[in-house]
Unconditional design. Sequence first.
Length: 315
Amino acid sequence: MPITIVRDDITRMDVDAVVNAANTTLLGGGGVDGAIHRAAGPMLLKECMTLGGCKMGQAKATKGYDMPCKYIIHTVGPVWNGGGFGEEQLLSSCYKNSLELAEQLGCKSVAFPLISAGAYGYPIADAADVALRSINEYLCGSDMRVTLVVFGLRTQLMDEAEIEEIRRYISESTAPPTGGLRRRRILPSAQPEPQPTEQAQDGKSFSQAVIKRMTELEIADSELCRRANISGSLFAKIREGGGYQLKKSEALGIAAALSDDTDSLAELLSLAGYSFSSSERADLIVKYLFDKHRTDIADIERTLFSLDAGLLGEA
Ligand code: ADP
């Protein structure tokens, strides 16, 4: 998948490049910077000493040394000063410049920590939002895989109050009615699972409907990939319409990218042989967000991750 979010320690990631949230000296520090220097070994500091530091928002690369990655890309995030000092733009530049450098180095997979979200004080939910949007915009149909690594069991990418609100919505939507007072909410296609037709099974009718909607909405291939969080190569298979059997997460990502309400989303999804179901957490979360006109993929992925409901797009 172009963007994945995982809860892990970035020093263990098996990727071509790991990004380090460094400081302007590039001579090591605490947090993720300290962890990366410890894992890479003393040769990393030696190479860093030759680089002459790095400006905020910029990025410089070194070898990976004892880490599993080939390269470490050091970028310097902004210190949070309340949000009125260009922090968002600087943070976004960190992601874009790091990805550009990774691409120049021929990397196919990159892992990022939540830059600036530790000692530099950027509010975590906002930092995650900037991270996912910046990565999503940069990738836009590319086949590079990017992992956003969230550290620690307690780190949440959304406000706790909002997570609670969505949890309540899920339990109200799935709980059986009690004493006739609470009525179960039914999703548009909460009816019996549709039986995939011959056409839907080989993906033809879904792919035709996707192309038709893209034409109506004047959406280019790369924009569809960005909105659905899928790679250009997966989209090429869908366009061909051959026997490729989409996973539900992929079909849901694509349907969400081409719909602005849950009825049209459910209709498109059914052509891929899946139902939009009131008993699945991911479907309910997408419905919750769509009802609030929140259809942006970065927002959807962050919410799904925060509620342990998997991700959309390509698995
Ligand atoms: P900054 O100075 O840019 O805020 P920090 O290292 O203090 O950088 O924190 C950035 C983020 O990295 C925080 O969300 C922190 O929890 C996280 N972090 C710390 N150690 C690791 C690690 N080993 N792997 C992944 N993320 C980490």
